[in-house]
Write a protein that binds this ligand. Structure first.
Ligand SMILES: [Zn+2]
Length: 257
C-alpha cells in the first residue's frame, strides 16, 4: 500500500534484522527482555545490527508490567522496568516503547490506577523524562482496565496527556474490547490527539468478547477491508502482531493494495 509503513513483531530478538529482511518490512517490534519475567534488559549483538540498519525499531515492554496496579509489589518493579526498557529502547534507536494500559483488580477504584499512571510520568519528568516516547496501548479485556473502553482512555488522557504520552491503537483489542472500528481513528484522535502506531491484527473472537487472541489479516472476525482502512486513516506505521505462520502473507496482502 502506497505510503503505509509496514512492520512486524519479531519473536526472536537475536536476529531481528535478518527477520525484517526475510519479511520485507520497514520496521520491527521486539522485546528487549523475557516478557514474562522481571529481568533487566541488555543490548545484544542482534540489536546492535538492527540499530545500525535502515530498519526502524519499536520496543514492546514486558507483559508483567502494570503501572496502574495498586499492589506495590507489581507497581514498583513496573515503574523501574518501564524506565530501564525505555533506556534500552533509546540505545537501539527505537521510535517508542509500547506499554499496555494495565488494570486494577475487581472492586478497586480505577481512578487510583489512573493516578498511578500520572505518577509514573510525574516522577520521570523530574529526571528529564523517558529516554524514548511512551506509547500507551489499548487492551481487550477486563472491567477495571485503564485503556479498554474509550471513555476510560479519555480519563487516562486527562491525567497523562500533558506529559506527551503517545498512543498505540490495537485493532484486535479495540474490536474484542467492544469499540467499533468504523470511524475509530477519528474517535480516538479526538481523545488522545494522536496515534503513533497501529497494531494491525485481526481477532479470532467476536466483537466485545473481551478475548485477546490475534488472527492473520484475512482469517479473523473483522473484515480485512475495515482493518486496512484503520491503518490508512491513522497515518501511522502499522505493526503486525499476527500468528507467525501467516505473517508473510499479511505483509504481502498489505503490499498488494
Ligand atoms: Zn498489540
Amino acid at each position: 500500500m502506497n505510503g503505509m509503513r509496514i512492520g512486524a513483531h519479531v519473536r526472536n530478538s537475536d536476529n531481528p534484522l535478518e527477520e525484517a529482511e526475510a519479511l520485507d518490512v520497514d520496521l520491527v517490534q521486539l522485546f528487549v527482555t523475557d516478557p514474562q519475567k522481571w529481568k533487566k534488559p541488555v543490548v545484544g549483538e542482534g540489536l546492535e545490527r538492527i540499530r545500525d540498519s535502515a530498519v526502524d525499531v519499536v520496543v514492546h515492554s514486558s507483559y508483567v508490567i502494570n503501572v496502574a496496579s495498586l499492589n506495590n509489589r507489581i507497581r514498583i518493579p513496573s515503574r523501574k522496568s518501564v524506565t530501564e526498557q525505555a533506556a534500552v529502547a533509546a540505545e537501539v534507536g527505537a521510535l517508542g516503547l509500547v506499554v499496555h494500559g494495565g488494570h486494577v483488580r475487581d472492586g478497586e477504584d480505577p481512578d487510583e490506577g489512573i493516578a498511578n499512571w500520572r505518577k509514573l510520568f510525574e516522577r520521570q519528568a523530574e529526571s528529564g523524562g523517558f529516554a524514548v516516547p511512551i506509547w500507551i496501548e489499548n487492551t481487550a479485556g477486563g472491567d477495571f482496565a485503564m485503556a479498554r473502553h474509550f471513555d476510560a482512555i479519555a480519563k487516562l488522557w486527562d491525567a497523562v496527556g500533558e506529559f506527551g504520552a503517545g498512543f498505540c491503537l490495537d485493532t484486535c483489542h479495540a474490536w474484542a474490547g467492544g469499540e467499533d472500528l468504523v470511524g475509530v481513528v477519528e474517535r480516538i484522535k479526538a481523545i488522545t490527539g494522536r496515534i503513533d502506531l497501529v497494531h494491525l491484527n485481526n481477532s479470532r473472537d467476536d466483537f466485545d468478547s473481551a478475548r485477546d487472541r490475534h488472527a492473520n489479516l484475512e482469517e479473523g472476525t473483522i473484515e480485512p477491508e475495515v482493518l486496512v482502512e484503520v491503518g490508512r486513516a491513522s497515518g501511522a506505521p502499522v505493526m503486525l502482531e499476527t500468528p507467525a505462520e501467516g505473517i508473510a502473507a499479511d505483509v504481502a496482502y498489505l503490499r498488494s493494495l
